[in-house]
Design a protein around this ligand. Structure first.
Ligand code: FAD
Length: 299
């Protein structure tokens, strides 16, 4: 009873949004509606993912290029090392630079084959750290990389995983965006371990608003993200109640952001899954309000 009601936060934080490249015209429309809805919140950047094995090379490019062309939001392109030579990666990087894109989210990626095991291309980059180094030689991109609060499934230990992160940052990346997680303490523990390893780059928590619990459970199994028992209980029985599910989802994500904020976090990256409403609601609770285009340009 002593704790005051959550009355929203002051909005003194930075936000960014992640989208995936659409496959169909209908999905393209949905993505674009989401971009238009979220743009007035003046995100620091929006990023577009890269499909396994470069399968979305053209679609990622056209989506990022369109955001760069038609909005004033800095657009970032995800890029992986999978099944690509260094020359092919250079070609993709040049095309982004030409399109006005200055920010790359550099990843190793996973193999598109069934076992998902990454095998470097004989003429390619063998890790995200090598990719960061290579990209820096092509153009002076701003580079973000991944980080894993619950440790990457292939890592020998949490310490070696953090060592890999350090290599990526030492190679020239300026920030890390984390895999999603569902307990604020998971992030705080990781932040402490990263700081103890001498890393002082920005570690931005990746926030996954849970709109479809079954789908998120499948994704979590692949990424090694723990699903707390309370979460399964919260979403129980909501499969046939989409609006109620959305309200619960917003409450859970907003509570997590509130706790992260209380722990000093001022940067949030949202996995939007190309739907704006949940991320918009959470950002609103964080205190974000639409910025007029004039203000946006001035900023
Ligand atoms: P790295 O940082 O190179 O490696 C990840 C970890 O694996 C290392 O920390 C280390 O612990 C271990 N490891 C790697 N190589 C070795 C080795 N040789 N020996 C021992 N341990 C090793 N995937 C996509 O396909 N497209 C995307 O757009 C995409 N976007 C993402 C965005 C974010 C924010 C995150 C967190 C992940 C994203 N992924 C994406 C997933 C990512 O590609 C996979 O998690 C992949 O398995 C690792 O890529 P990485 O860049 O993290 O690799």
């Amino acid at each position: 009873l002593a704790e005051p009601l959550f009355a929203g936060l002051p909005g003194d934080c930075e936000i960014s949004f992640e989208f995936f490249p659409p496959k169909t015209e209908k999905m393209e429309e949905q993505l674009w509606d989401s971009v238009i809805t979220l743009a007035p919140l003046a995100p620091r950047f929006v990023s577009v993912t890269y499909g396994a094995g470069g399968s979305t090379r053209e679609r990622t490019h056209s989506t990022v290029a369109r955001i760069a062309r038609e909005t004033s939001i800095p657009a970032a392109a995800h890029l992986t090392c999978v099944e690509a030579t260094k020359d092919e990666i250079a070609e993709v990087a040049h095309a982004y630079w030409e399109a006005g894109v200055r920010h790359i989210v550099a990843l190793r990626g996973d193999s598109p084959t069934a076992d998902g095991k990454f095998t470097p291309h004989p003429d390619g980059y063998a890790s995200a750290a090598e990719l960061v180094e290579g990209l820096q030689k092509i153009h002076p991109f701003e580079i973000s990389v991944s980080a894993y609060p619950e440790t990457h499934p292939e890592a020998a230990s949490a310490a070696t995983d953090i060592d890999f992160l350090k290599r990526k940052l030492d190679a020239g990346a300026s920030r890390a965006i984390t895999q999603f997680f569902f307990e604020p303490e998971t992030f705080f523990r990781f932040r402490d371990a990263v700081a103890a390893a001498g890393i002082n780059a920005e570690i931005v928590p990746g926030i996954m608003p849970v709109s479809n619990f079954a789908a998120i459970t499948r994704m979590s199994n692949m990424t090694g993200t723990a699903i707390p028992a309370w979460m399964a209980h919260l979403f129980e029985g909501l499969d046939d109640h989409p609006p109620a599910r959305q309200l619960v989802a917003a409450t859970v994500a907003a509570e997590m952001c509130r706790r992260l904020y209380a722990g000093g976090v001022r940067d949030f990256h949202f996995y939007t899954l190309n739907r704006a409403e949940l991320s918009y609601a959470i950002c609103h609770l964080l205190g974000k309000r639409p910025v007029s285009s004039a203000q946006e340009k001035a900023a």
